[in-house]
Design a protein around this ligand. Structure first.
Ligand SMILES: C=C(O[C@H]1C=CC=C(C(=O)O)[C@@H]1O)C(=O)O
Length: 447
């Protein structure tokens, strides 16, 4: 192993020595705060490689899409919640201690859950490594909520004992995959015809239908190695990963923000409307064509109108910016940004109860769209098209969980959806699903 990686081992030894000394101090304190966060300076050569080397569960990864954002990798749990009410209570208890919960929610709480993920799961990690442009830290969280102090400290020491230094990611080897689409093309085309019949559109003007593409193989790649390669191709996307069991790991490089909250200031967006990026070098012509396209503009406006309607009662001010085009490696999207100021009573749990699923992934009206999706789609969407991110008392940010891969020992499941509105053509929408998985398929060596 190179000298670079041996620095990681030294940094871990130093960090552990500091943290054990800090734990001695906490153990001897007369009455520690309900939540204690110990932080030391750290060094990692490569964050996904550090996560890949760990054996503790859960393993979580999060990086916002803004340039200069902090990348977080986390292992173990000091606390977990399985509902938005529990999340609200946990954040209220955290007081002034900076505590970041990482996790997500499913697309449809009433739908079939992915094993281990559930409908809602947020974790206050036991250990969080945070990498920013100017520093790397390792933080240890302790939560003394009804737990005997000595037990919580012993659990923290146990986690520290299981941390290992980063090692290079496994060598990337080409793998042969067998592909299975659910629904198949013929069924998809029937669904789109059904959804675009005039009397169907009168009841349900937009529904986002999705497909699961299962790529079966003998030896799937490490999800963290795949995420590392994927994020290099999608630098302007949210990068996320979650592993709760030894079986399944979700990774995603999503272009879509559900919301970002800084105190009372909120930014959200309508991201909908898609154009393939076939021919490079004609960017201006292509982006203008997308801006001028009535069908795509309509798809986007349904989302913007729904976000505006749902946020209005929660906000004191709300603005919508003009449509713009987001350019990704394989496609373009239409986006309208929404800026708002929240009323004081609104917290993250309230936002998560209200905003998702937006019509970028569900439809309009929401209830009819969910009913259509439940009766047609046989695959479990699980956390695909749900939301994932970081939540704290002062600042929070969640992405819509799109462009995702669920990796397990039998292969990889990719999910992609397309908004079906008046003017949608079955074959074109099927092709759009392929464009939405094109980046990860290319990484996997599948044309
Ligand atoms: C549902 C997905 O994309 C959404 C986000 C952007 C554009 C979309 C569209 O044009 O249909 C979708 O609303 C997906 O990628 O699986």
């Amino acid at each position: 192993m190179s000298a670079l990686w041996s620095t990681d081992a030294q940094a871990l030894d130093t960090a552990l020595a500091h943290l054990h000394a800090e734990l001695d101090r906490v153990a001897n304190a007369p009455s520690p705060a309900a939540l204690v966060r110990l932080e030391v300076s750290f060094c990692v050569t490569h964050l996904p490689a550090w996560l890949n080397a760990q054996t503790l569960l859960p393993r979580l990864y999060w990086r916002s899409r803004e340039a200069g954002s902090i990348a977080y990798a986390a292992v173990g749990a000091a606390h977990e919640v399985a509902s938005l009410d529990e999340l609200r209570a946990a954040l209220a208890q955290s007081g002034s201690t900076a505590s970041d919960y990482f996790g997500g929610i499913a697309f449809d709480a009433a739908g079939t859950a992915w094993p281990g993920f559930g409908a809602c799961r947020f974790v206050l990690p036991r250990v969080v490594v945070a990498v920013s442009a100017d520093k790397t830290t390792l933080a240890l969280n302790l939560r003394f909520d009804g737990t005997p102090h000595a037990l919580e400290i012993a659990r923290a020491r146990d986690t520290l004992a299981q941390l290992v230094a980063a090692r290079p990611l496994p060598h990337w080897t080409p793998t042969a995959f067998e592909r299975f689409d659910t629904p198949d093309r013929a069924t998809w085309c029937r669904w789109v015809e059904e959804a675009t019949a005039p009397n169907a559109l009168a009841q349900l003007p937009k529904v986002v239908l999705s497909r699961q593409t299962r790529l079966a193989c003998i030896a799937p790649p490490s999800p963290w190695a795949l995420l590392a390669r994927w994020q290099a191709r999608a630098p302007h996307c949210f990068h996320l990963g979650a592993q709760f069991t030894h079986e399944d790991t979700l990774i995603a490089c999503s272009p879509e923000r559900l919301y970002r909250r800084e105190q009372r200031s909120l930014t959200s967006e309508a991201l909908a409307g898609t154009w393939p990026r076939w021919v490079r070098g004609h960017e201006r012509r292509n982006t203008q064509a997308l801006l001028d396209d009535a069908k795509n503009d309509g798809e986007n406006r349904w989302v913007q109108a729904d976000i505006t309607k749902r946020l209005s009662p929660l906000t004191t001010q709300l603005d919508v910016a003009p449509a713009e085009v987001v350019t990704l490696p394989s496609l373009y999207h239409l986006r309208r940004r929404v800026n708002a100021t929240l009323t004081t009573a609104i917290d993250d749990a309230a936002l998560l109860e209200t905003l998702p699923p937006t019509p970028a992934v569900g439809g309009v009206p929401r209830d009819r769209a969910l009913a259509f999706i439940r009766t047609h789609e046989s695959h479990a969407r699980g956390w695909y098209s749900g939301a994932f991110g970081r939540i704290s008392r002062d600042t929070s940010e969640l992405a819509v969980t799109l462009r995702s891969a669920l990796v397990n020992t039998k292969g990889i499941c990719l999910h992609a959806g397309a908004g079906i509105v008046a003017g949608s053509r079955p074959e074109a929408e099927w092709a759009e699903l392929d464009h939405k998985i094109a980046d990860v398929m290319a990484l996997l060596g599948i044309a």
